[in-house]
Ligand binder design. Structure first.
Ligand SMILES: [Zn+2]
Length: 436
């Protein structure tokens, strides 16, 4: 009926007005989150930030629960992995829309000229570590949910907002643990939006795959003046890396994906060598002597292989094994071991999945432009919701410029946060406003 349609339009306009009117609250909510330094590693102040989110959301009618991921990777009494889930029930039964934000931040690094924990506002920006990735996204989701609840108090369904630990180190003490405990079970949650900073007009459908492994070459220790009596593990590793340069890297560069990965440079297969260690360790600071003369008997590299949905994970590993065998065939005495560290298969949901299609329509409505569907070069917590939770209807959508994440003088745009709060609020209107 046209009256119903007009009423819906009026409600959307009133929702947008409420969000604009709450600009100061949005800035304050972001600033308050930035003031709690949640560095990970090691996992500082998780309890404090969970308690803060509880106090922030309870006055708006959210029931909250704090959960420690006891026994999860990274959890200890010194650094407990605390998570919080806040839930708001509508007046009528209906689906549950869950906003998931990680609360942890990465180290500062060099080059800051702004206070990383002050939440300082300059023109249209809020500065701070985690402003973009992703405390600003969390604040936008909070403002969106509250504006929706006040606009349509009799809505059908429920809204959850979670603040979870450890995304930056794999999410095992956060979303993975919660998914194992059933908190992302499709019986309980219907739509998941992760407000990671992918830009306010982009919807992220998934990510490439990852395989981390250690490769060790072995040799035999000897005096450095008679290296022929030993066998140098570093030279063996040199041969491995030379073979990678000659054959593997060019082959990876040739593989293109149909996944819409951004930045486009990641639309191919890639591999990084994260670290290399061999022989004597770096000498302690303050030690004034020389190192000793030794032939290294061990050398280890860590590889970070990112692969495409078109690639078979078994083949990804077999390719490295074949490379090692080629080197072995050329080098007498060559001994090696390849050890798996962890792996995540690629994920990509369809653009027509309900949460993706709803957000896409909301972006069109709020920004008057077509949403861009993208895929992330690196993984994020969607992997656990997909694999452990078996919940496919999940995307990342949030404000913030992807390239600013983990940088010095990280910031988030206030207008971007308001726009994406409107998109999230509009999505809630579509998914939960079924009372007529
Ligand atoms: Zn993040």
């Amino acid at each position: 009926m046209s009256t119903g349609k007009q009423a819906d339009k009026d409600r959307v306009q009133s929702l947008f007005k409420t969000i604009d009117a709450n600009r100061d609250q949005l800035i304050e909510t972001t600033g308050d989150l930035l003031k709690i330094p949640t560095f990970n590693p090691p996992g500082d102040n998780y309890l404090e930030i969970c308690e803060h989110i509880e106090t922030r959301l309870q006055p708006s009618g959210f029931e909250t629960i704090k959960l420690r991921a006891e026994g999860a990777l990274g959890d200890s009494d010194k650094y407990p992995r605390w998570n919080v889930i806040a839930r708001h029930e509508g007046a009528l039964p209906g689906p549950c829309v869950h906003f998931n934000a990680h609360t942890d931040i990465v180290a500062l690094g060099e080059g800051w000229t702004k206070d990383p924990f002050g939440g300082d506002v300059e023109a249209d920006r809020i500065y701070g570590r985690g402003s973009c990735d992703m405390k600003g996204g969390l604040a936008a989701a909070i403002i969106a949910a509250e504006a929706f609840i006040s606009t349509v108090p009799s809505y059908a369904g429920s809204i959850e907002i979670s603040g979870t630990a450890d995304e930056e180190t794999g999410g095992f003490g956060g979303v993975a643990w919660l998914a194992e405990k059933g908190y992302f079970n499709p019986d309980r949650v219907d739509h998941v939006i992760i407000p990671e900073p992918l830009n306010k007009d982009r919807i992220c459908l998934g990510h490439r795959g990852v395989w981390w492994a250690e490769i060790e070459t072995r040799g035999r220790i000897a005096h450095g003046s008679m290296p022929y009596l030993g066998d140098c593990a570093v030279r063996h590793m040199g041969a491995v890396i030379a073979e990678m340069e000659a054959t593997l890297f060019p082959a990876l560069g040739m593989r293109e994906t149909a996944m819409p990965v951004v930045p486009a440079g990641s639309r191919q297969s890639t591999m990084n060598i994260n670290s290399i260690h061999g022989g004597l360790g770096e000498l302690e600071e303050g030690y004034t002597g020389y190192p000793s003369a030794l032939v290294p008997d061990r050398c280890v590299i860590t590889i970070d292989r990112r692969y495409l949905i078109e690639e078979d994970p078994v083949q990804v590993k077999a390719e490295i094994e074949a490379l090692m065998q080629r080197v072995k065939a050329e080098r007498p005495g060559f001994e090696y071991e390849v050890r798996d560290l962890f792996e995540v298969h690629p994920v990509m949901i369809g653009e027509d999945m309900p949460v993706a299609a709803t957000l896409s329509a909301a972006i069109q409505e709020v920004m008057g432009q077509k949403a861009e569907f993208v895929v992330s070069p690196g993984t994020y917590d969607q992997k656990h919701i997909d694999r452990i939770g078996r919940l496919k209807n999940c995307v990342a959508y949030g404000p913030g410029i992807l390239e600013l994440a983990h940088q010095p003088d990280e910031w988030i745009g206030i207008t971007d946060m308001l726009d994406s709060a409107k998109v999230m609020g509009h999505a809630l209107m579509t998914l939960l406003n079924k009372q007529e």
